[in-house]
Design a protein around this ligand. Structure first.
Ligand code: GTP
Ligand code: MG
Length: 553
């Protein structure tokens, strides 16, 4: 069970949130586009990693003066920035300007003595601040929120929005990872890297997946990749003379066994010595072996893998697609939330569609627009230069890394149109014979009989949605058709109901009522007026209250 982060700051009123949305672009809270990083993925990762190495995580007493706290820590060097958050207690993330400050702070830190138990000594950057004397400090700490909005608040925001475009942008703004949450993700990886470094001093633990691919929602899991390439030192330095030096190592029969052995010891280490790492499970027989655990203090559910460089490259590709055009993220967030609201996706592995597959479907759909909103992977490959050349396990993963070399799209379609057309497109897609392929940006004959075939962009003989059953695919198609229809009624809805009633995006996030599906199938036979009347009746029947928590995972 993932610990749930508690919201400390008073939840603002909807009106306040709307005002925040209206701030001119360039101010802190607005313009999701302002927040889209334009850096190369590798640059962004390196910068964030270096920041995280200068950062400590501190469990604080409930009542603390921020000024005194900062003054106390500044003894070790200047602080670049800091923030507080609540997760079953108060925590501070403090980033020093210099890495030496962390060492200085650690040198003045002791191992606690516990009454009935024995502390295993371990010097990490996860610390605990204690008050020597119980003073009655007045706590006036502003806490950063690490949680997505409640469904109730989300519905209010969506109902007050002016247009479907506005609704999608609101959803994105409310759900996207904040700067603080991103920092906390990199810090958590960095803390895990310190632990793994006990075995592999040159290892790097890198976040991948939705934490870094621009499609992460507050509350999503933290996928980590234990990178041992430095340790393997594959790019052998040229040495002169007739000698070559090699390490003495143990050999095992396969790459998979090596991965399992490495993850097994790291899993043990996290379990026995990792401060705040709980519920460690070694899932070593999976297709991609992993160690799953909860990092209690940050509240993240973590999946640690190794030998998974292609997944990191997929994250880089999605980062590029997510950064190229501001409509991409808004649409992906909308579709991901829609799928979650209708239980098309789940945090439990099974026969359902994954968020990764849904994102591929949106990218493919945007490649199919006229003119295209996103380039195909093949065209990103033609833009690549020598530096971008990349072959992983025999798979060509070459594509342009510099965003500035990709021409922006001339397509000016609105998000509202794109959302409707997405549902129309996939509501009528010939899944029985065609596959989805973002490399070429066009449908192709399915190479096998899997109900849903989405070609893995790098391991091109694989299907990323092989797990999806026919019934789950049918559910997706039915809901897509139904949502396309609901969105077509939007204008009438907007005029007929007060702004407190779900409309547009809010209406399609509501769970289906049993009749709506048959209603969709018969829709062409019925008069438009009768259909709208039925829909309005069902929307008025207070289904907002029944809308169960659908926040991701
Ligand atoms: P969330 O649901 O928000 O966690 O999205 P995610 O993109 O992080 O998905 P997930 O945690 O399931 O997987 C992490 C990453 O692993 C993805 O972003 C992909 O890069 C990769 N991945 C996940 N599933 C597949 C798959 O079926 N095939 C391949 N090739 N890669 C996958
Ligand atoms: Mg993930």
């Amino acid at each position: 069970q993932r610990p749930i982060l508690r919201l400390l700051s008073c939840p603002g009123t909807v009106a306040e949130d709307l005002r925040r949305n209206e701030q001119p672009s360039g101010s802190v809270e607005t313009g999701f586009e302002d927040k889209i990083p334009r850096k190369r993925f590798s640059e962004m990762q390196n910068e964030r990693r270096e920041q995280a190495q200068r950062t400590v995580l501190i469990r604080c007493p409930e009542k603390i003066s921020e000024n005194k706290f900062l003054k106390y820590l500044s003894q070790h060097g200047p602080i670049n920035n800091h923030f507080f958050y609540e997760s079953f207690g108060l925590y501070a993330v403090v980033e020093f300007c210099r890495k030496e400050s962390v060492g200085s702070l650690q040198n003045g830190t002791r191992t606690p003595s516990v009454a009935m138990e024995t502390a295993i000594p371990f010097r990490s950057r996860f610390l605990s601040l204690k008050l020597k004397n119980q003073t009655s400090e007045q706590s006036c700490i502003q806490s950063s929120n690490q949680l997505p909005p409640s469904n109730r608040k989300l519905f209010e925001l969506l109902c007050y929005a002016e247009s479907i475009d506005d609704q999608l942008n609101t959803l994105l703004k409310e759900f996207q990872l904040t700067e603080e949450n991103t920092k906390l993700r990199y810090l958590t990886c960095s803390l895990i890297e310190d632990i793994a470094a006990a075995y592999f001093p040159d290892c790097v633990v890198r976040p991948f997946g939705s934490s870094v691919n621009t499609f992460g929602k507050l509350g999503c899991d933290l996928d980590m990749f234990l990178d041992l390439d430095e340790t393997r030192n594959l790019s052998t330095h040229k040495t002169s003379g007739n000698f070559l030096m090699e390490f003495q190592v143990k050999n095992v029969p396969s790459e998979r066994i090596a991965t399992q052995k490495i993850l097994s010891v790291i899993g043990e280490c996290l379990d026995h010595f990792g401060p705040g790492c709980v519920g460690v499970q070694k899932i070593l027989n999976a297709r991609c072996p992993l160690v799953r655990f909860s990092h209690q203090a940050s509240g993240f559910q973590c999946d640690l893998t190794t030998n998974n460089r292609i997944a990191l490259t997929s994250s880089e590709l999605l980062y590029i697609y997510g950064t190229l055009d501001s409509r991409v993220r808004a649409l992906v967030f909308g579709i991901r939330c829609w799928a979650r609201a209708h239980s098309l996706t789940s945090s439990i592995p099974g026969a359902w569609i994954t968020n990764f597959s849904l994102t591929m479907m949106v990218i493919f759909f945007l490649q199919r627009r006229s003119p295209p909103i996103l380039p195909t992977l093949d065209s990103l490959k033609t833009l690549a230069d020598a530096e971008d050349k990349c072959i992983i396990e025999g798979n060509n993963c070459t594509f342009v890394r510099d965003l500035n070399r990709i021409k922006p799209s001339g397509n000016t379609e609105t998000l509202e149109l794109l959302l409707k057309e997405f549902f129309e497109y996939f509501g009528n897609f010939a899944f029985n014979k065609n596959s989805i392929n973002i490399r070429q940006g066009r449908e192709q004959n399915k190479p096998d009989s899997s109900p849903l075939y989405i070609q893995n962009p790098f391991e091109t003989s694989l299907n990323i949605s092989k797990n999806v059953s026919q019934s789950q695919l049918q559910k997706f198609v039915d809901l897509a058709q139904e949502s396309a229809w609901v969105l077509q009624q939007k204008d009438t809805d907007r005029l007929s109901v007060s702004s407190h009633q779900p409309w547009g995006l809010a209406a399609i996030l509501l769970p289906s009522v049993p009749n709506r599906r048959s209603l969709t199938k018969k829709k062409r036979k019925r008069s438009a007026n009768e259909s709208i009347k039925n829909l309005l009746e069902s929307l008025k029947s207070n289904r907002t209250a029944n809308f169960t928590e659908t926040n991701e995972k």
